[in-house]
Design a binder for this molecule. Sequence first.
Ligand code: SF4
Length: 109
Amino acid sequence: AIDPNFAESRERSSVGDWLDIDADYDVWGTVEPPEKLGIHGTHVAVDFDICDGSGPCLENCPVDVFEWTDTPGHPTSERKAAPVNESQCIDCMLCVDICPVDAIDVDGS
Ligand code: SF4
């Protein structure tokens, strides 16, 4: 499962140009593509190293926070749900509840 204390336990960086989408959220932890991709986003945080690319978050988020990004060569899945519109989140917690691999943390408090 994603570490909910990632902001304390990991170093902050930004999205590099290895992503195929236009995103400007922060990334947390070691990023060594293609195997290690870190936690993407802060208010809506997705652990890309856990995300299995199945997409119930992306399909069900009421405000379309997520977009697919291709991650070829990653050992868990070759696409990830990137929280590109995390500022739009309304804290419904649906994505947290339905993620099959517990890869998402939303700081709704
Ligand atoms: Fe979307 Fe709700 Fe998840 Fe926020 S908590 S990203 S609004 S599904």
